[in-house]
Every structure is written in C-alpha cells, then in structure tokens.
Design a protein around this ligand. Structure first.
Ligand code: HEM
Length: 368
C-alpha cells in the first residue's frame, strides 16, 4: 500500500495529552450510544406498540407517551454525537476524513435523512390522538431513516480502520457512491449495535414504568413487564450476534479477545458474564411483587457491560490501525487554563444533562 494514501498528521499540537482525548472519546461515545439506544430501541418498541394498539389501551398509551419523547431523544443523540465526532477528528482525523470522502454521498445523506426523520417524528408528536394508521406509517418511516443512519455510521467506522482498502474502493468508483459492503464485519457489527439498542430500549421503557409506580401502578406494571421482557429476550439474541461479530473478525484480531490482549479478554469476559447476570436478575425481579431492586441491579450491570464493550471497541480500533498510527507522533502542548475550564464545563454539562433527563423522562409528572 502506498503510505501517502493516509494524509499527514495535523501539524497543530494537541492541546491536551493523547490519553485524555482518548478517554473523552470513549466517555462521550458511551453517552451517545446510550441515548441512541433509548431513541432507536424505544422507537422500535413504540412502533410495535402502535401496531398492537387497537387491541389494548396500554399499548396505545405507550405509543402516545413515547412518540412525544422521541424528538427530544433524537436531539440528544445528535448533540451527544457531536462530542465524540470532535474527539474522533482530533485523534483519527486522517483516517476519518479519508473514509468519509470515499463514501461521500451516502455520508452526506445522513444530514438529509436526519432532517426528514425529525420532520416525521415531530409530525407524529404534535398530532392529537395519535390513533390513525397514517401516523404509525410516518413514525415507522422515520424509524427506518434513523436505522439507516446507524448503518451508514458503521460503514464509515469500519472503512476508517482499513486504509489498505481505500485505493481499490476509490478506483472502483471515484464518484463517492460507495458503501463498505466488502467488509465482512460490517453486518454483524451493525447488528450487534442494533440488537443492543432494542435491549436497552426495553430497559428504558421499563425504567419509565418504575418512575410511574406510585402514580399509576397498573400502567407502570405493564411498562415494566413489556420493557423487561424485551430486554431479556433481545439480550439473549445479542449474545449470539456478539459471537457472530467476534468470529467475523480477522483471526489475529479475534485472538486479542481470546487471551492475547489482557484488557480485551477481561473486558469480553465481564461483558458476557454481565449480560447473563443481567438477564438472570431481571427474570428474578419480574417474579417479585416489587421488582425495583432487582431491576436497578440489572440496569446497573447493563451500563457496566456497555462501558466494557466500548473499551473493547477501542482496543480493536488500535489493533486495526497499529501499522498506520502511532500516538507518539502527536506533538502535545497542553493548554492547562483552557483544559481546566473545559473539564469543569464538561462535568457540569453532563451533570445538568442527567438532571434534565431525569426530570423530563422519569419524573411522575412526565407522564403526559
Ligand atoms: C440519529 C441517528 C444515529 C444513530 C442511530 C447512530 C448510531 C451510531 C452507531 C451504531 C455507531 C457505531 C458505529 C460503529 O462503530 O460501527 C455510532 C458511532 C458514532 N456516532 Fe452516531 N448515530 C446517529 C447519529 C449521529 C450523529 C448525528 C452524530 C454526530 C453529530 C453521531 C456521531 C457519532 C460518532 C462520532 C461515532 C463514532 C465514535 C467513535 O468511533 O468513537 N452519530 N453512531
């Protein structure tokens, strides 16, 4: 491969150490993925509820409740996507810009799809008495757009990792109408994200139910059952999807998770055991009159699993780019004053965001 194909590192020094940017990339990516899961997974389950709503009043209420929240969740997904986007550009800009150019047109379509999905979601949210089938179809259409956006992200994030494919891809079609179809990990990797979104979406719905327990116990019980069951069954499926993703990796990369890299191996072990334990705890909680304690434990474990999965994803990225990327090539000139101000605002911003999420989605008053 011609090494010139990878653009040179930006000569402007990094304003903070590499490890700090990397940490911020992982932390903000986890926040982005969590809210994306609430939006995409919660949205798919809301669509299912919509098509069941004729038979059962609870499903109708669930759709009405959730469809009003989706525009805000989409906004949060985008806002929390900007943060890792910036860190990604700082650390891996040479790779990310190149892969974005190669899939230029589909990548550009993300913006169009996003705008159309927003319109659709707002249309549904503002519609009074969202009982008509038309509303259901508009909602479904927006969900499909959001699903495609996620798929386009997986295309770019996998192409970024394989500069050795770039020249052939460009010469095969220099127009920018490319996707990363030849990549054998693409489908299992994206499915792994999508199925996880369904599981966490279930958790989200159940959590909304928990916060309505005192105010409206019967409806809350329905939300908890519906959401938790989805969480359990889909998490079982996720273990299969995860295995498929693992064996689709090139052998040398797969072996990282089989003992060759200690961090990756431990993270995988914790991820799998954590997911199994969360399923078990959830099924126990559902059998109890008050499921709250077991439910919180299962949710906490799931967040832990997501954190370890994000760490694994980073180890994998480093392994893919090992021949092309060396963090030591960065010149670092830490700007302490700006850095301290940034970190203080960042921590304050995230705390404020948690307060807003809690008030907006989970307080009993958020019911209508
Ligand atoms: C609205 C629908 C969206 C969905 C469903 C979605 C979903 C995803 C998924 C599945 C990934 C992981 C891809 C992979 O590694 O294979 C991802 C990564 C990412 N997303 Fe989103 N995303 C959405 C919107 C956005 C937007 C609008 C932004 C930016 C403003 C954004 C920023 C990012 C970044 C920067 C990453 C990669 C971070 C990294 O590699 O560390 N996302 N997204």
């Amino acid at each position: 491969m011609d090494p010139q194909i990878i653009p040179a590192v930006d000569p402007i020094p990094l304003p903070a150490p590499f490890w700090l940017f990397k940490l911020l990339l992982v932390v903000t990516f986890i926040l982005h993925i969590l809210v994306m899961n609430f939006m995409l997974g919660g949205g798919v389950l809301a669509a299912i509820a919509k098509f069941k709503s004729r038979k059962d009043e609870n499903y109708r209420r669930l759709f009405e409740d959730l469809s009003k929240k989706i525009p805000s969740l989409l906004a949060a997904t985008v806002t929390l996507g900007v943060a890792p986007l910036l860190f990604l550009q700082v650390l891996y800009g040479q790779f990310f810009y190149s892969s974005s150019v190669l899939i230029g047109w589909p990548w550009f379509l993300v913006l169009i799809f996003l705008a159309l999905a927003y319109y659709g979601f707002y249309l549904v949210a503002f519609k009074k008495g969202a009982a008509t089938n038309k509303v259901g179809w508009v909602f479904l259409f927006s969900m499909i757009l959001v699903f495609v956006i996620g798929f386009l992200y997986s295309n770019n994030m996998t192409l970024l990792l394989t500069p050795e494919q770039w020249a052939a891809k460009y010469h095969a079609d220099p127009s920018g109408w490319n996707l990363n179809w030849g990549e054998q990990t693409l489908i299992p990797r994206f499915l792994h994200f999508f199925i996880a979104a369904l599981a966490v979406g279930g958790l989200f719905i159940a959590t909304v139910g928990l916060f309505r327990w005192k105010q409206d116990t019967e409806y809350a019980r329905f939300l908890i059952k519906f959401g938790s069951r989805w969480f359990m069954y889909v998490t079982m499926l996720e273990i299969v999807a995860g295995l498929w993703f693992l064996i689709s990796l090139p052998r040398a990369k797969m072996m990282l998770f089989m003992g060759e890299n200690l961090l990756a191996t431990i993270a995988l072990l914790i991820g799998v055991v954590g997911a199994l334990a969360a399923i078990f705890l959830m099924s126990e909680a559902l059998r109890k009159a008050d499921p709250r304690k077991g439910f919180y434990l299962a949710s906490g474990l799931t967040v832990g699993v997501i954190i370890f999965m994000a760490i694994m994803r980073e180890v994998l990225r480093d392994a893919y780019l090992a021949n092309y990327f060396n963090a030591k090539n960065f010149v670092v000139q830490t700007q302490w004053d700006v850095l301290i101000l940034f970190l203080a605002l960042f921590v304050g911003g995230v705390a404020l965001w948690f307060v807003m999420i809690k008030r907006y989605f989970f307080s009993p008053k958020a019911a209508s």
